[in-house]
Design a protein around this ligand. Structure first.
Ligand SMILES: NC(=O)c1ccc[n+]([C@@H]2O[C@H](COP(=O)([O-])OP(=O)(O)OC[C@H]3O[C@@H](n4cnc5c(N)ncnc54)[C@H](O)[C@@H]3O)[C@@H](O)[C@H]2O)c1
Length: 551
């Protein structure tokens, strides 16, 4: 609890400032929550506390709060609990107004949260973790990070479980003995049984509770994007418990809150199996993406359009999930989850021989983490072919997020493109229709944590704190000497080359990172005096020759 001095504030992404609660506020806040919980209990609702209302927890909390029993009555009262830190406190007052703390492209998110908070009143949020004493079930959605020490070297990274361990300690101190604790956080395999369970057991011992804590694991497969809510509620889940009783409780809970009728549950014997499922499925995805990096370079150098190769392969049902990697693989999960598995093998499970057989997962993550650097080489080469230099060139990057049509910038390949080109002396500007603030730059001193920004891997990064996202494409293009189409956002899919050149004020270098340009558009750019380069698209050279001959 903060000492009673000057109020400290927490500021939301839209710039609204909220004073962080003082010591005196805690008791009144608990009375508020207790009163609401007692009321809900009278209505036969179960009390569920969701720890951590970030990307996953905020929407999961609302889905639970929206659940109804066979009679059609709301069956749960949900308390979203969040640390009152400077960085995160603002999420609580926002939620309590019925507003989503996460910006989502899914039109269901805002009405879902507002409905649960304001209409059914089955969802509230608090900073006071004493609410845990009221819980029948606690869902843990705090982060568990994997922080890399070196660029392109996953094996020197470390899991950062501080938030998760702190949360488990608080839970152990406060929950009733028969409360179910469900860890949804993606964790290093072994965490539920060998880290979290002992923390709970020790806390129970200290409190003189003789029963064994009821602990379960069921990971999230959420995709923040246009199907955000469905990716949690209408999707297959895997779960397991530390004891048969915990397993039965988690199965019953998930059946009550998720659409398990259409998307049946898979129940595993032990949490380490459910934890490993998540790590392996994400390592698999990271691997099939990384695998195409070498063929992308092969294609560029030998007149092959990898985009067409992939389309030709995808018609085989057995190969339909082959996917072009773009400028690296961002998002919160794919860059880190394999690292959690590799790390756990040594640091939780106690084996020393991981480097003898963990070959593919580390290589895949390292390839994905550095693929974006090649984009900077393409920009350099395209400008050179136009008789220009990268140093002091005005370069526009289109697309800051890690995938199309979302505003999530976590670990996006675009960040590395901006950093590398800045190091090479380019003047960078950015356009993205979905991203308001690119905190990886604006707050690079403290985001994702002090000293953890990718800025540390490059020189001359200081001025990037001033990088702002443009929303008006013609304006952003004005005077640009190069444009990088980094993400296939809808707005970039069918840009007219004539307009792009007109807005830029003359021919420019065009670099396509995601197979966005059609052959006709590539041809048109050359006709207009532009230079075109692209990841994995060696046939561009052929189109260039064709135009040159025609001239
Ligand atoms: N975001 C995704 O797309 C996604 C997809 C699948 C799985 N996951 C997994 O879900 C987990 C959560 O991810 P997220 O994206 O929601 O993270 P997030 O950073 O958006 O949210 C975590 C929240 O927990 C809060 N928190 C931290 N410590 C706390 C404490 N002691 N008490 C209460 N609250 C605390 C943080 O302030 C933050 O608001 C991660 O393990 C992630 O790997 C995320």
């Amino acid at each position: 609890m903060p000492k009673d001095s000057k109020p400290i504030h927490s500021t939301s992404p839209s710039g609204e400032s909220f004073p962080i609660p003082r010591k005196d506020d805690y008791r009144k806040e608990f009375e508020r929550i207790k009163h609401l919980a007692e009321q809900a209990r009278k209505e036969k609702k179960e009390i569920v506390v969701v720890m951590g209302v970030g990307f996953v927890g905020a929407v999961m909390a609302a889905i639970i709060a929206d659940a109804r029993d066979e009679k059609g009555d709301h069956s749960k009262f949900v308390i979203g609990c969040q640390r009152p830190s400077v960085r995160s406190y603002w999420k609580i007052p926002l939620l309590n107004r019925g507003q989503s703390p996460v910006k989502a492209e899914d039109p269901q998110v805002d009405p879902l949260i507002s409905r649960c908070v304001l209409d059914s009143k089955t969802l509230t949020a608090t900073y006071n973790s004493d609410c845990l004493s009221l819980a029948d079930c606690v869902v843990v959605d705090v982060q568990c990070d994997f922080s890399k020490e070196d660029l392109g070297c996953m094996t020197t990274g470390q899991a950062d479980m501080a938030a998760l361990e702190a949360t488990m300690r608080t839970i152990g101190q406060k929950i009733p003995a028969d409360c179910l604790v469900l860890i949804e956080t993606t964790v290093a395999p072994g965490t539920t049984e060998f880290v979290a369970w002992p923390i709970l057991k020790k806390a129970f011992d200290r409190r003189g509770i003789e029963s064994v804590p009821l602990l379960a694991h069921s990971f999230e497969r959420v995709m923040p994007g246009k199907d955000y809510v469905a990716s949690i509620r209408d999707f297959w889940r895997v779960c397991s418990g530390c004891t048969p009783e915990a397993r039965d409780r988690v199965v019953a809970f998930l059946r009550e809150v998720l659409n398990t009728k259409d998307y049946p549950l898979t129940v595993m014997d032990r949490p380490i199996e459910s934890e490993t499922t998540k790590i392996v499925e994400n390592s698999y995805r990271a691997t099939i993406l990384a695998f195409l990096n070498e063929w992308s370079l092969f294609a560029e150098r030998n007149g092959v359009d990898l985009i067409k190769v992939i389309e030709a392969i995808k018609v085989r049902p057995t190969h339909s999930n082959i996917i072009f990697p773009g400028p690296g693989i961002g998002g919160y999960c794919l860059p880190k989850d394999g690292g959690l598995g590799y790390w756990a093998y040594r640091h939780i499970l106690g084996f020393e021989d991981g480097d003898h057989f963990f070959k593919i997962t580390p290589a895949a993550i390292d390839i994905n983490d550095t693929r974006a650097l090649h984009v900077a080489e393409l920009v350099r080469d395209a400008l050179r072919n136009m008789g220009r230099y990268i140093a002091a060139a005005e370069v526009l990057l289109c697309g800051a997020s890690y995938r199309q049509d979302v505003g999530d910038t976590r670990y996006s390949g675009s960040e590395l493109v901006v950093r590398k080109l800045t190091e090479m002396g380019a003047e960078m500007r950015v356009h993205d229709p979905y991203v308001e603030h690119w905190y990886e730059f604006e707050k690079q001193d403290v985001y994702p944590a002090p000293g953890r920004s990718w800025a540390r891997f490059f020189r001359s990064q200081d001025d990037l704190v001033n990088l702002r996202i443009g929303k008006d494409l013609p304006e952003a293009l004005k005077g640009a000497e190069a444009v990088i189409l980094a993400v296939p956002h809808r707005e970039y899919l069918d840009l007219d080359p004539g307009k792009v050149v007109e807005w830029a004020g003359g021919p420019l270098a065009v670099v396509d990172c995601f197979g966005i340009l059609s052959d006709d558009h590539i041809r048109r750019y050359f006709e207009l005096g532009c230079e075109v380069k692209a990841l994995g698209r060696g046939h561009i050279q052929r189109i260039k020759e064709e135009i040159r001959k025609r001239r």
